[in-house]
Write a protein that binds this ligand. Structure first.
Ligand SMILES: Cc1cc2nc3c(=O)[nH]c(=O)nc-3n(C[C@H](O)[C@H](O)[C@H](O)COP(=O)(O)O)c2cc1C
Length: 167
């Protein structure tokens, strides 16, 4: 019988994914007394009312299990002033919060200073999606700042306040 499914070439998939422009977030949670987090661009709003969002985190991330155990997460939408922050949280440093300006949100999750926007969310579902966990979350606290958002495209970071309008 002929195979019904086929898998596109990995390089093609990389080029396809590079055509999708995103922002960048840092997803954080408390691991007991220790703040933890990682850079995530697999973030999306699912619904405005009720306010529901999702993030996808790879199982191999050292932060994954802490996020999986948490009841609440913070999602920090990065600004143009946080190139240093994305560098730290896309890396593997033991203490990513050393020398970082942050504070606990109303539900205890780490909110990072200079972010473009911040949310605290309550995890409602943890869906296994092959190599990743999809966290479906209800927003329980939200604040937007004036800082322009950081934009991520094809491996580079851009100023979200300097986009050319098509309209
Ligand atoms: C722009 C950008 C976006 C990323 N998006 C994701 C993502 O959506 N999900 C994910 O699991 N990792 C993502 N990563 C990779 C993690 O941030 C990276 O593997 C990090 O080192 C994980 O740290 P940890 O192992 O300490 O948790 C992204 C990295 C960058 C630079």
């Amino acid at each position: 019988m002929a195979a019904l499914a086929s898998t596109p070439d990995l390089d093609v998939m990389k080029r396809v994914n590079r055509q999708f422009v995103t922002g960048v977030t840092v997803v954080t949670a408390m691991d007991g007394e220790i703040p933890r987090g990682l850079a995530v661009n697999a973030f999306s709003s699912i619904s405005l009312d009720p306010p529901t969002v999702m993030v996808c985190v790879q199982h191999t991330s050292s932060t994954h299990d802490c996020l999986f155990r948490a009841n609440h997460l913070a999602i920090n939408i990065l600004s143009t002033e946080q190139l240093d922050v994305v560098g730290t949280f896309a890396g593997k440093a033991a203490d990513k919060f050393k020398d970082l300006d942050w504070q606990s949100g109303p539900f205890g999750s780490p909110l990072i200073a200079r972010s473009s926007a911040q949310m605290e969310v309550e995890i409602r579902e943890r869906l296994r999606a092959s190599t990743h966990t999809v966290f479906i979350c209800r927003v329980v606290h939200a604040a937007a700042a004036e800082h322009h958002p950081m934009v991520y495209s094809a491996g580079k970071f851009f100023d979200g306040g300097a986009l050319a309008s098509l309209g």
